[in-house]
Design a protein around this ligand. Structure first.
Ligand code: OOG
Ligand code: NI
Length: 475
C-alpha cells in the first residue's frame, strides 16, 4: 500500500483534537478578525514583534530564562482579550464554551470598588504545559445589575438582555456534543471555533434606539457598551512584550495614540506581576434603531488595543507589599494618575518601590515571589547519606545544586484592570464609586462553578517543581 492510500484510509472522525489545538485555532482566528476590524491593533502587533526581537537578540539572559521555563515558544502566540457580559446565562454558557478550549475560570476580580460596575474572572488554561502550548486568556466581566440605582432603567436593561441570545445555535449544539462525548473531532472543532467567533464579533448596529443608548450612557458608559449591542464584542486583544517602556514610547512614532501611563509596578530589572498599557479606544459609527426604520447614526467608543509585560508571580507576602506601595503612591497623588500628573506619579512610584527587592535571589529567600526549581549537574556529587527535604532547599540553592527561574504571573490585577477600563471609557466614570460589597458567591452561582483560587495555583506549581527536584536528588 502506498503512503497516499494510508492517508486516504485514515478516518479521523472519531479522533478528538486537543483543547490546546482548539484554543490556538480560536486565538488565531480571533486575532485575524480583530486585525481586520481594528487595523491599529495590527500595527501594534508589528511594533511589539519588532521590540521583542530586539530584546531577545540583545539579552541572552532573558532568552535563556524563557527557554528554560518553556515560555519562548509561546511568546509570539501570546495574547489575552476581554469581553463584558450582561446576564447570568451568558456567563454560565461562556464557561461551558471556554471549557471546550481547555480554559477555566481563575480568580475573582471585583471592579466595583474602582468605579466599574462589573465583577470578573479570567478564563485560561491551568496546566503549565497547556499554557505554554496555547497561552490564550480571556478577561471576562459580568455586569452587576444590582449596582444600577435607577429602578426603571434597571428593569429596562433586564428586559433588553432577557431578549438577546449571544450564542449561535450551532455553537450551543457543539458545546453539548463536546460535553457529552468528551471532545470534538477536527471538523467539529473547526466549525466550533467559527461559530464561537460570531459571539465576539463587532456589530455596528445597536439593538436599542438612541434615546435608550443615552439613558444607558448616563448610568455608565460600560452599561451602554454591554446592553446596547447584539453580543459581547471582543473589546481588546493584548500581545505580550518583553519591554513595555519601549512599546509605550514607540507607539507615538507609529501614530498609535497611547494611554497616559503604564498600569502596575514600575520598570525594574526583575519584572514583577504585570505591567499594561493600551492605545485609546476608537470612536466608531453606530446605527441606532428608530421608528422610521431608517436608523439614526451615532458613535460609540469601546474597542482598543493593549500591551502587557509579564513578570514573576508574587506570594501573598509579595502581593501585600505590592499593594501597600501602589496604594501609598496613589494616595499621595490623590487617586488614579491623570494626564497632568502622570510623570509625577511615575517618579513617585519608582521611588516608593525601591524597598521592593529587585533580584531573584532575594525575592526567593524572602519568599516574596514564586519560582520554578531545577536541579543542576552538581547533584551528581551530592552526599547520599541523608534524605533531602524542603528544609534543605535554600542550602541546595546556595551549593548550586538547585537553580531557580521566575514563575510568570498568568493572571490580572484589579487596580490595573480598572485603570484600563477607565482610560477607555472616559474619566468621569472612573471617578465614581460604588457602595456595596464584592459578591464572589453570586458570581460563582451565575458561573455555575467556583473559580480556581489564584494563589493556590502558583503555590502548587512551585511545590511540584520542588518535589520533583527532591525526588531526583534522593534517588
Ligand atoms: C477589561 C479590562 C481588564 C486587563 O488586561 O486588565 C483587562 C475590559 O476592558 O473589559 O483586560
Ligand atoms: Ni486586558
Amino acid at each position: 500500500m502506498s503512503s497516499k492510500d494510508t492517508v486516504k484510509n485514515l478516518d479521523t472522525s472519531n479522533v478528538f483534537v486537543s483543547p490546546e489545538y482548539i484554543r490556538n485555532r480560536f486565538s488565531t482566528i480571533m486575532s485575524e478578525m480583530y486585525k481586520n476590524e481594528v487595523p491599529l491593533y495590527g500595527k501594534l502587533l508589528d511594533l511589539v514583534h519588532d521590540i521583542n526581537k530586539d530584546v531577545l537578540s540583545k539579552s541572552t539572559e532573558i532568552k535563556e530564562q524563557l527557554a528554560h521555563t518553556g515560555e519562548i515558544t509561546r511568546l509570539n502566540m501570546e495574547r489575552h482579550g476581554a469581553i463584558r457580559l450582561g446576564k447570568p446565562y451568558e456567563l454560565f454558557t461562556m464557561r461551558r464554551l471556554f471549557k471546550v478550549m481547555g480554559m477555566y475560570p481563575v480568580g475573582y476580580y471585583d471592579l466595583a470598588t474602582a468605579g466599574v460596575p462589573v465583577h470578573s474572572t479570567a478564563f485560561r488554561a491551568i496546566e503549565n504545559t497547556a499554557l505554554n502550548q496555547a497561552p490564550f486568556r480571556v478577561f471576562t466581566s459580568l455586569l452587576r445589575l444590582d449596582l444600577i440605582d435607577d429602578d426603571i432603567l434597571r428593569t429596562n436593561v433586564e428586559t433588553i438582555l432577557e431578549n438577546r441570545q449571544i450564542f449561535t445555535e450551532k455553537a450551543l449544539e457543539l458545546i453539548n456534543k463536546s460535553e457529552k462525548e468528551g471532545g470534538l473531532n477536527k471538523e467539529d472543532a473547526e466549525s466550533f471555533v467559527q461559530e464561537a467567533l460570531e459571539t465576539f464579533r463587532w456589530h455596528d448596529t445597536a439593538t436599542v434606539d438612541y434615546e435608550m443608548y443615552e439613558a444607558l450612557l448616563g448610568q455608565h458608559r460600560l452599561i451602554a457598551d454591554v446592553v446596547a449591542f447584539k453580543g459581547p464584542h471582543i473589546n481588546h486583544l493584548t500581545p505580550r512584550t518583553l519591554d513595555i517602556d519601549k512599546v509605550q514610547s514607540g507607539m507615538e512614532a507609529r501614530n498609535i495614540p497611547p494611554k497616559d501611563n503604564i498600569e502596575g509596578p514600575p520598570a525594574r530589572k526583575c519584572p514583577i506581576l504585570l505591567r499594561q498599557t493600551s492605545f485609546k479606544a476608537l470612536t466608531e459609527n453606530v446605527t441606532f434603531k428608530d421608528n422610521l426604520g431608517k436608523g439614526k447614526m451615532g458613535e460609540h467608543k469601546a474597542r482598543f488595543g493593549e500591551i502587557e509585560q509579564r513578570g514573576v508571580a508574587l506570594t501573598q507576602k509579595g502581593l501585600d507589599l505590592y499593594n501597600e506601595l501602589l496604594g501609598k503612591t496613589r494616595k499621595a497623588i490623590g487617586g488614579s494618575p491623570t494626564t497632568e500628573n502622570a510623570s509625577e506619579y511615575n517618579q513617585l512610584l519608582t521611588e516608593n518601590f525601591k524597598v521592593f527587592p529587585d533580584n531573584y535571589q532575594e525575592l526567593q529567600s524572602k519568599e516574596l515571589a514564586y519560582f520554578h526549581y531545577f536541579t543542576t549537574n552538581k547533584v551528581k556529587n551530592i552526599s547520599k547519606d541523608k534524605v533531602y527535604t524542603k528544609a534543605d532547599v535554600n542550602q541546595l540553592l546556595e551549593n548550586d545544586c538547585l537553580t531557580i527561574e521566575p514563575m510568570v504571573y498568568e493572571d490580572f490585577l484589579p487596580v490595573s484592570a480598572a485603570g484600563i477600563f477607565a482610560s477607555n471609557l472616559g474619566t468621569d466614570d472612573a471617578k465614581r464609586e460604588y457602595e456595596g460589597t464584592s459578591n464572589q458567591s453570586l458570581f460563582e452561582k451565575d458561573l455555575g462553578k467556583p473559580v480556581y483560587n489564584l494563589m493556590k495555583w502558583y503555590e502548587d506549581m512551585q511545590e511540584e517543581t520542588i518535589q520533583k527536584c527532591l525526588s531526583q536528588i534522593n534517588t
